[in-house]
Design a protein around this ligand. Structure first.
Ligand code: FAD
Length: 117
């Protein structure tokens, strides 16, 4: 467990940035295998998150709201929703999930051309 609140918040911001960027880059039409990969990733992410108290809370949220992995749109929307659950728990303002669009652009648009992987 990270002892200090600043470090915990910094880890949280970096992680959320990465987490939402993963969703923004998930295929629009994922194969079964890609869907299963994302689902497994999310459960392992929750288990291994370095702040133990956070990991415990997040696993409870996951049990209540299982990951949506059928498309990029559903994965990104689900991640936004679950982050809002954490925001609510921490009494932070709700993020407008209709604004997700270009917010998590990783600058990897070049990859998209050769992305029939
Ligand atoms: P953050 O919540 O870190 O968000 C960063 C930025 O993401 C925001 O500035 C905004 O631009 C954007 N954003 C905000 N909401 C959304 C959304 N719904 N969808 C998309 N983008 C959004 N801290 C604790 O004290 N206790 C916990 O139990 C805890 N659990 C956590 C569990 C996980 C899995 C993670 C990743 C973090 C957890 N944290 C927890 C940390 C906490 O969520 C914040 O990251 C931290 O408090 C810093 O908050 P912040 O206000 O800077 O914004």
């Amino acid at each position: 467990k990270l002892g200090n609140a600043t470090a915990k918040a910094e880890l949280g911001r970096a992680t959320w940035k990465y987490f939402h960027t993963v969703m923004a880059r998930f295929p629009e039409k994922p194969t079964e295998d890609q869907q299963e990969a994302l689902r497994s990733y999310i459960f392992l992410f929750a288990r291994l998150y370095p702040c133990g108290e956070c990991a415990e809370h997040f696993q409870q949220h996951l049990n209540k709201y299982p990951p949506q992995v059928s498309s990029r749109k559903s994965a990104a929307g689900w991640a936004c929703f679950i982050h809002n659950e954490v925001n609510a728990m921490l009494e932070k303002p709700e993020f407008d999930c209709t604004n997700l669009g270009a917010f998590y652009d990783c600058g990897c648009a070049e990859d998209e051309k050769d992305e029939k992987k």
